[in-house]
Design a binder for this molecule. Structure first.
Ligand code: HXC
Length: 260
């Protein structure tokens, strides 16, 4: 498909790369951009040739937030009637792992978009923030909830109530990102592609089940989560990957992996 605000590529076999491409507005997430992103992700999720997705922006900005121009004159009744931002929920329903490779600003909806991904890698230039408070509003794309899960109450309150930008190093210390990669242009995308390649080389039923159970930890209580994990674990014994994987261990061979 041909898109206006994003670029979709396949830099390695089984790895897709989506680059947000609205440089004039620092990748502000206007509705058409978000619809394109959802469409591209749904297509990749359905594509058996793809095992993992990397999502990135530019060196200057992963995304500077929802589009303030688009929101400025909205009324409550419009947002209610038109289910404003409901489409932002679609990313959470995808089965394939998504890695956010963040350079520069990840603010407001941009920070929330990164938090919707499964893994975040940060360039040393990354700056995370929820500056909505400076616009007289609050996070609306899940920031208050996902940050509270990721970094706890005090730090979330600080970010959401002051709007302060948090550096990559701080975000790493707080456990918001997996790690900060080395300096150098494109480094964070390179590392994310390497990680995606590793994930895409594994048995895909196990990968997608693993993503589902980890996500359950954010939705279910512990007893339900443990039961759900065990059930999916039992289900793995119905897969060829488990048979191959465990037999290969004793044959001292590399397991053959079955795509679907
Ligand atoms: C629309 C935006 C934008 C945004 C930047 N631009 N952020 N347009 N929505 N969120 C546009 C600017 O208007 C400007 O356009 C161009 O991008 C470059 O931005 P500058 O401000 O000139 O760049 P700079 O001085 O380098 O400052 C970068 C910045 C600043 C610190 C990131 O742009 C900024 O503070 N942006 C807003 C961040 C923010 O408040 N995000 C939260 C949005 S609310 P022109 O035409 O002048 O060149 C939100 C709600 C989420 O996300 C809830 C639902 C998901």
């Amino acid at each position: 498909a041909n898109y206006e605000y994003i670029i979709v590529a396949q830099p390695e076999p089984r790895v897709a790369l989506i680059t947000l491409n609205r440089p004039k507005a620092l990748n502000a997430l206007c509705s058409p951009l978000f619809n394109e992103l959802n469409k591209a992700l749904a297509d990749l999720d359905a594509d058996d040739g793809v095992g993992a997705v990397v999502l990135t922006g530019s060196e200057k900005a992963f995304a500077a937030g929802a589009d303030i121009k688009e929101m400025k004159d909205k009324e409550y009744s419009d947002t209610f009637k038109n289910r404003f931002l409901e489409e932002w929920g679609a990313i959470g329903k995808l089965r394939k792992p998504i890695i956010a490779a963040v350079s520069g600003y990840a603010l407001g909806g941009g920070c929330e978009l990164a938090l919707m991904c499964d893994i975040i890698l940060a360039s040393p230039t990354a700056k995370f923030g929820q500056p909505e408070i400076n616009l007289g509003t609050i996070p609306g794309g899940g920031g208050s909830q996902r940050l509270a899960h990721a970094i706890g109450k005090s730090r979330t309150m600080e970010m959401v109530l002051t709007g302060r930008h948090v550096s990559a190093q701080e975000a790493e210390k707080w456990g918001m990102v997996s790690r900060v990669v080395g300096e150098g242009e494109g480094e964070v995308v390179k590392e994310a592609i390497e990680m995606a390649k590793t994930i895409a080389s594994k048995g895909q039923i196990a990968v997608q089940a693993a993503k589902e159970v980890v996500n359950a930890a954010y939705e279910l209580n512990l007893a339900e989560g443990l039961r759900f994990e065990r059930r999916l674990f039992h289900g793995m014994f119905a897969t060829k990957d488990q048979k191959e994987g465990m037999a290969a261990f004793f044959g001292k061979e590399k397991a053959r992996v079955y795509p679907f």
